[in-house]
Design a protein around this ligand. Structure first.
Ligand SMILES: [Zn+2]
Length: 321
């Protein structure tokens, strides 16, 4: 189906730990405006809705867009979200647990609201416009300061009964391991995210480095940065091996900021996956092997996916009509 780019606009919002990011896109997902609003830690839902309202109004005015063309608002949340839009416990912003996103944003923004987990939004972005175009079945695995995941089957997100499907970061790989923010012990996120390696490198180089810095250092051959990325890849591959044994997916897309490391991450990760999963590449014909690739939208993915939430609904409406 081809959509007319003048047919309307959508807003995608990502609710982060200390900031709200927002894009305005047309129905062909071209980004027209972008804003980042710094927020205090533990900002409140009502405050977020009001900030979003004024940011949207400002973006539309500055770009000469008619507010009447706003089809809907997609909201990406760093944590599990139920099908009816309630943020579940273990979200990155703890005070939001139990909050219904639609009930909070709907009355303020006066538009249809679509909310989902950040990784699910990323998967939608890859499915609609990225590395998973034409792929009905795949798994997304995000390696960032946390670990996220999503499962797509038959072109649809697998949500689980309460919205908790695909939370790969909270598979326990060490029952006696450290306590995770989710309340379990030894979660994959504690070992396969890049939070701890970042602390370790910062300590060794005696300055606060970012993930971008580490990726740059690794590309320049810094052995410390390479080691941290390889260790992360090894553990991520172990976790992915479990997921592979459960789902045996045709495609695994690696997302999150660490995906920008490319082959430095991918090569050891694929080797580790092969070691830990049930079906080895050599067991099956090339067409039946699980492909592991990096995503196309590793930076704007959650926001684009939030726009995708709106468009998927709108196109469904159009095709039903
Ligand atoms: Zn956990």
């Amino acid at each position: 189906m081809t959509l007319n780019p003048t047919a309307g606009t959508c807003v995608g919002i990502h609710l982060g730990l200390q900031q709200i990011r927002l894009i305005v896109a047309d129905v062909s997902h071209s980004v027209i405006a972008e804003q980042t609003i710094p927020m205090a830690l533990d900002y409140q839902p009502q405050q977020a809705a009001q900030m979003a309202k004024s940011a949207i109004a400002q973006s539309y005015e500055e770009n000469g867009l008619p507010m009447a063309g706003l089809l809907g608002v997609g909201i990406s949340v760093s944590g599990p979200v139920s099908r009816d839009g309630v943020v579940l416990r273990a979200s990155i912003v703890p005070t939001w647990a139990g909050v219904n996103i639609r009930d909070v944003f709907g009355p303020v923004l006066e538009r249809p609201i679509f909310a989902d987990n950040e990784s699910n939004c990323s998967a939608i972005a890859e499915l609609m416009w990225g590395a998973a175009i034409g792929q009905d079945d795949f798994v997304l695995f995000k390696i960032d300061l946390g670990v996220g995941g999503a499962i797509v089957q038959h072109g649809q997100l697998v949500t689980g009964i309460a919205g908790g499907a695909g939370e790969f970061g909270h598979i326990s790989i060490d029952p006696g391991g450290d306590l995770c923010r989710c309340g379990n012990r030894g979660c994959l996120e504690l070992y396969a995210s890049f939070a701890r390696p970042l602390e370790q490198i910062s300590r060794v180089v005696r300055r606060q480095v970012t993930m971008d810095d580490v990726i740059m250092m690794a590309k320049e051959g810094d052995v410390r940065a390479l080691r941290m990325i390889e260790d992360t890849a090894e553990i991520a591959g172990r976790g992915l091996g479990l997921i592979g044994s459960v789902l045996n997916p045709p495609l695994i897309i690696i997302g999150g900021q660490m995906a920008l490391a490319g082959d430095i991450l991918l090569t050891p990760l694929i080797a580790s996956y092969e070691r830990h999963t049930l079906i080895k590449s050599r067991d099956v014909a090339p067409a039946l092997r699980t492909r592991i690739i990096v995503g196309k939208h590793t930076e704007n993915d959650a926001l684009l996916g939030a726009v995708g939430l709106v468009l998927r609904h709108q196109t469904k409406e159009l095709s039903l009509g």
